[in-house]
Write a protein that binds this ligand. Structure first.
Ligand SMILES: *[C@@H]1O[C@H](CO)[C@@H](O)[C@H](O)[C@H]1NC(C)=O
Ligand SMILES: *[C@@H]1O[C@H](CO)[C@@H](O)[C@H](O)[C@H]1NC(C)=O
Ligand SMILES: *[C@@H]1O[C@H](CO)[C@@H](O)[C@H](O)[C@H]1NC(C)=O
Ligand SMILES: *[C@@H]1O[C@H](CO)[C@@H](O)[C@H](O)[C@H]1NC(C)=O
Ligand SMILES: *[C@@H]1O[C@H](CO)[C@@H](O)[C@H](O)[C@H]1NC(C)=O
Ligand SMILES: [Fe+2]
Length: 491
């Protein structure tokens, strides 16, 4: 590193000095061309080369920070994507930049007759021209095609009413134009290209995206208004890296800090209100319905598996607060909802958290994760240990780690798969995942790679043993797989 900085600097200094001494001396005192001109020309070439390299460093920085903001605000974006789909309904999000009233139609793939669906309108200037359609009374296990009169087309497949073997993908964190390449489209998202290839080769039923879908504050924040947040969503959805396969796949979302600002632990006033509106329009409206009116956390089931997707930002106490009773990640109401779900669901339970549940990620940002909320975490773990077992999915750390949380009697099994980013940086030098306490047993960790996602295959066809196959995909390649089971004999 030092060499890379001092070498150009010393070349610049020496060539500069040589030029300034040799040129006046040559033209005023000793006009010996063969002796002085090679020295003067060589110094000039060295000086300008070094200068141009430095100028390029400045230009790529400016290009990286400003190109999207200046040239790609996404105002003309027209797109549609599939949201939550179950055995009888589907949600479709569209943006139509030019029309405010849009109608959707749909049909079974192998039947020519279109069925008219909803006509929706948005008010001018409101909701960024984004609408979310709900298609209902669909047949199970069937392929559908949809179209709108604002030129959107797409397709989706409904699930079986009680599927026994199916797959999903989990990940979080997207930033276009990273890693920087001046010749790329500046909205390129390489992780989406890896994911697109993966879903074209594997059966994936849906993607669960755990937040940091936008980075409003990286590499540079351009503003604090709702309009600035809308622009960031438009940019991600304008990326040329989206394929029609990815838009046809159901994506379920929860938000994390970068949809508001880094390590957000505020409250639901001020900035939160400005930031959340675009999230509600682009993402939340196509999720399963929230558990409470006005909330964003939700629960849904697929076959024998039930998911509880938590909101770990809106209700949390400040991460700077001392840990203990009164410090909360979930807030009172959401925690009670989660606890009663843990008590009453008699299927395989999956808890989804934007931030890692494990305390094994150390360092200055540890308190932003559950490591800063250990009192509440313990309360929840004790509830989880009363069940057969719980799977926790999380993201946010731009690394992968699989961690076990053994119950004192060793009978209940709680495991976390934390996997991110889909397309963003990882810490090149610092290794922060480390097991110290025996509460969090490190099974596997993998920090490297700018693109990571986990593929989970649930198989509940046997009455006694249910299995979950986890596969870690890094930069498009299978890196690690692990089989987890749930014994159904305890109930
Ligand atoms: C789509 O259909 C609706 C309802 O018929 C209509 O109000 C709207 O103007 C149409 N939009 C376009 C772009 O044709
Ligand atoms: C669901 O659809 C697929 C593809 O059409 C078919 O192979 C499968 O048998 C169906 N499953 C059930 C249980 O109907
Ligand atoms: C919410 O946070 C803002 C900014 O930090 C603060 O001014 C305000 O008092 C807080 N409101 C509540 C209800 O805590
Ligand atoms: C995390 O919070 C605890 C108090 O709950 C504090 O003692 C600790 O220093 C904090 N860690 C960091 C890295 O800020
Ligand atoms: C997990 O199970 C799958 C399918 O049964 C198998 O192909 C794979 O090798 C297993 N992985 C491990 C690590 O045992
Ligand atoms: Fe992130």
């Amino acid at each position: 590193m030092d060499f890379a900085i001092t070498w150009p600097a010393s070349v610049l200094a020496i060539s500069n000095l040589t030029l300034r001494i040799a040129a006046p001396y040559f033209v005023r005192w000793l006009p010996l061309g063969p002796r002085f001109t090679p020295l003067i020309y060589t110094s000039s070439v060295l000086y300008f080369t070094t200068f141009i390299v430095n100028l390029l460093c400045l230009l790529v920085t400016v290009d990286f920070v400003y190109r999207n903001h200046v040239f790609y605000n996404g105002n003309e974006l027209s797109f549609s994507r599939v949201g939550y789909v179950d055995s009888s309904s589907a949600r479709v999000v569209i943006r139509a930049p030019l029309t405010l009233t849009v109608q959707i139609e749909y049909r079974l793939e192998n039947i020519a007759q279109w069925t008219p669906g909803q006509v929706l309108s948005s008010l001018p200037g409101n909701h960024d021209n984004v609408l979310t359609f709900a298609l209902t009374s669909l047949e199970e296990n069937a392929s559908y095609v949809y179209r709108t009169n604002a030129s959107h087309i797409g397709s989706f497949r409904t699930s079986l009413r009680n599927p026994k073997r199916w797959s999903m993908v989990t990940t979080s964190c997207i930033k276009p134009f990273y890693p920087y390449n001046p010749f790329d489209h500046s909205l390129r998202i390489p992780g989406l290209e890896y994911l697109s290839r993966f879903v074209s080769l594997h059966n994936v039923d849906f993607v669960l995206f755990l937040g940091d879908f936008i980075y409003i504050d990286l590499p540079h924040r351009f503003g604090w208004t709702t309009g600035d947040y809308y622009e960031a969503y438009r940019q991600v959805y304008s990326s040329p890296s989206w394929s029609s396969e990815l838009f046809d796949l159901p994506w379920l979302h929860i938000y994390d800090d970068h949809e508001i600002t880094n390590d957000w632990s505020g409250n639901e006033t001020g900035l939160y209100q400005d930031a959340i509106k675009p999230y509600l329009d682009y993402q939340q409206a196509a999720n399963p319905p929230p558990l409470r009116k006005g909330a964003t956390y939700y629960s849904f089931t697929r076959g024998d598996v039930s998911f509880f997707v938590t909101d770990t930002r809106r209700y949390r106490s400040s991460s700077a607060m001392d840990d203990g009773p009164g410090k909360t990640m979930l807030g009172e109401t959401q925690r009670r909802d989660l606890e009663s779900w843990l008590e009453t669901e008699n299927v395989w339970k999956v808890i989804v958290s934007g931030v890692p549940f494990t305390r094994n990620w150390r360092g200055p940002e540890a308190n932003d994760s559950w490591a800063g909320y250990l009192w509440e975490r313990q309360l929840l773990l004790e509830k989880m240990w009363k069940t057969d077992g719980v799977v926790i999915l999380s993201g946010d750390r731009h690394e992968h780690a699989t961690t076990l949380f053994p119950s004192p009697d060793g009978k209940s099994k709680v495991i976390e798969f934390s996997t991110s980013p889909l397309s963003q940086f990882y810490q090149p030098f610092e290794r922060r995942y480390q097991q110290i306490e025996n509460t969090d047993v490190a099974l596997y960790s993998h920090p490297y790679g700018i693109s990571k996602f986990g593929s989970l295959t649930f198989d509940t066809s046997s009455p006694d043993i249910w299995t979950l196959g986890f596969e870690l995909v890094i930069n498009g390649m299978d890196v690690w797989n692990y089989n987890w089971t749930l014994s159904r004999t305890r109930q």
